[in-house]
Every structure is written in C-alpha cells, then in structure tokens.
Write a protein that binds this ligand. Structure first.
Ligand SMILES: [Fe+2]
Length: 378
C-alpha cells in the first residue's frame, strides 16, 4: 500500500483563467508545494493519473468538465487527494453539496491569501486524519486476523495433543486416525460437501477414537478375542470421547458427532445411541464407512486371507449396505475409489489384530476364525 502521508507536498491548480492559476501557484509554491497547473477538468484528471497529488484547488465553473465532475473523478481514481473548490458567492449551495460528495473545503471568491492558506492547511489536516484512521483500521483488522489465526493454530495444536496422547497408549491409532480422516474427507468431497464441512469432518476423523484414552490398555492392546465385559468396556469410547471433547468442540459439532456416532448403524443396532438411518448425522455415517474401510485394509487387520483387497472390501460394503452402512455413503465411497481419491493403504508390519465389518457390534465377541469379518471397536 502506498503511504500517502509521505508523498512530496504536491498541488494541482485547476482553472480556465491563467491569471488565477498564477496567483494560487505563487502562493502554494511559497508554502513549499510542488505545483502543477491544468486549464480544464479533463486535463487535471490526466495529470492526476501521472503523479500522486496531495491537494487539488479547482474552480467550480469551467468549460467542459466542471469542478463537480473533477471532484467525482478524483474520488474515483485518487481518493487520498484532497479537493478544495473555488466558487463564486452565488454558488455556495453547490459548494456545500460538494462537501457532501467528498470535497474537503471550498473558497469563495474573492479570497485573501491567508484564507487560502487556512483552507489548505485544514484540508490537509483532515486528509491526514482520514488516511491515518484508515491505516489504523487496516492494522487493527490485520491484528484481529492474526489473533484468529493463532487461536486456530492453538485449537488445532490442542486437538493434535489429544491425538498424540492416544497414540502413546495405542500406537495403532497413529496411522488409523489420519487415514480415517483422509477417507472421510474424500467421501465428503464426493458428496459435494463444502470445504468448511470437509475440514470439520477431517478434524472429527482425526479424533474419532479419542475416547480410547479411557479404555484400559490391557483391553485396548489385547491380541485375542474380547470377553463381553471387555467389549462393553471398549465400546464406551465414543461416549468417553464425546465427553472429553464436548466443551472444546462446541463450535465444531460435525467433529463431535463423528466422535460420538461413528459406531452407529443405519439399522439402529449401533452404539451408543442406537440411532436409525438418517437420524445418524451424515458425517458419522461417512466416518463409519471410512473407519471400517481402514479396519479391513490396514496393517492391523488380518483375516485368514490377510488384508482385504479393494474388490473384497467393496463387496463387503455392498453386502452391509442398508444394514450397517448408509447406501448413499457406500455409493460415494465406491465412486471415490473409482476416481482414485481412495486407495489401499501401504501394508504395515506386525499386524496382529482382527478388525471387521458385517455384523452387529452387539454380537461381540465371536471366535477369531469366524467366517465373517467383524468390527472390533475400531
Ligand atoms: Fe471407534
């Protein structure tokens, strides 16, 4: 931005009478101004385009573009230039209306040189205050925007700290949460959700299992099948996570919904609320598909045949569409896969845990060699 308060003291005198221009020029130059002259409004506009000008002294009545036309052009093209109109006594009403249009002041003919000096001084002082005020406003807006950015960083950093706390306890979640976040975002984009909605879904995906902080490590990291008590304990994590984050994520209900409802099923047999169909928030239906996809395809999963292929995963989603998963979300997921927005993750070493989709979590536990893959609170 040009600092208009630091330009040379420049003045443009506009009058069709050369004699009057000369009088004003002498006066302004004696006060240290670098002066230019124009014999018409049109000529003045051209000159204003070529150099920054602090103040224009212009006659009101001129052939062609008059003082009002010039004033309007200055407001449009050089708003930091002060305009003082020179009028006859009979034009005072017009001059007053020009003040409303942005002129700084006016001089009535005949005028004394002291009057000119006083009007010019006042006009430049007003101009300085207007510019300073505007720059102050801009600085203020920049500071507010900066504070907002820092708050956002602090907010996201705090959420990241939560994720890291869980990673310490359950190293598997490190990649899992990030992948669920990415898959959820890809499905959300396929569903044409707006960028802010996608961003909130990413946050929710990253935090969806945060409630596992409250799950006993012996249960969380148990290699074999869970007892009913253990399963019930691990399945407290959506509500625990919701309670932990409900204050912090009060402004991001989308993320909070994912934390609470990512284990709901559209047939109403999910947890923790047993919500049915579209009573489950859209974002949670999205995260449920993303979560299960990662459960089926990540390194943590093993079945008798190893990690599931994309084809097998798609078939499994189709099989569970309308019971565990929302058919619309399954279709969006399949479309995202076709477009390459979702792909199989890299295989991770040391896989040792059974994750699955396909049956009600309420039926847990079942033997690990069950013909059906099933979900283990992922
Ligand atoms: Fe979960």
């Amino acid at each position: 931005m040009t600092d208009a308060t630091k330009v040379t003291r420049t003045c443009l005198i506009v009058d069709d009478e050369p004699r009057l221009r000369q009088v004003l020029r002498r006066l302004m130059e004696s006060d240290g101004f670098d002066c230019a002259e124009a014999a018409s409004g049109a000529e003045a506009v051209e000159m204003l385009m070529q150099r920054e000008t602090m103040i224009v002294l212009t006659d009101l009545r001129m052939p062609g573009m008059d003082g009002i036309g010039l004033l309007q052009a200055v407001r449009r093209h050089s708003p930091d230039t002060a305009v003082v109109l020179i009028t006859g006594v009979s034009d005072i009403d017009v001059a007053l209306s020009c003040l409303a249009q942005g002129a700084m002041d006016y001089l009535t003919k005949p005028f004394t040189l002291e009057e000119v000096r006083a009007r010019v001084r006042q006009s430049l002082e007003k101009r300085r205050l207007v510019i300073e005020n505007r720059e102050h406003q801009l600085r203020l807006e920049e500071r507010v925007a900066e504070k907002a950015r820092r708050l956002e960083q602090l907010f996201l950093g705090t959420l990241q700290s939560f994720s890291e706390a869980l990673e310490v306890k359950d190293p598997y979640t490190r990649g899992h949460s990030v992948r669920v976040s990415q898959y959820s975002a890809a499905i959300a984009r396929e569903l044409k959700l707006d960028p802010a909605g996608v961003r909130d879904i990413e946050i929710g995906g990253n935090l969806h299992d945060i409630g596992k902080i409250g799950v006993r490590e012996a249960v969380l990291n148990k290699p074999g099948p869970l007892t009913p008590e253990e399963y019930e304990h691990i399945m407290t994590h959506p509500m625990v996570g919701w309670r932990i984050l409900s204050t912090m994520l009060g402004d991001v209900p989308t993320a909070l919904n994912i934390v609470r409802s990512h284990h709901e099923r559209v047939d109403g047999r999910g947890m923790p609320d047993g919500l049915l169909g579209t009573a489950i928030p859209l974002e949670a239906r999205i995260a449920a598909v993303a979560d299960s996809f990662d459960a089926m395809t990540s390194g943590r999963v093993y079945r008798r045949g190893g990690r599931m292929s994309m084809e097998a995963t798609l078939a499994e989603f189709q099989r569970c569409s309308g019971t565990q998963f929302d058919p619309e979300i399954v279709a969006a997921f399949a479309a995202a896969v076709r477009k390459g927005a979702i792909a199989l993750p890299q295989a991770a070493p040391g896989t040792s845990e059974l994750m699955s989709v396909g049956t009600s979590p309420r039926n847990m536990p079942t033997p690990p060699h069950s013909a059906e893959i099933r979900q283990r609170a992922g």
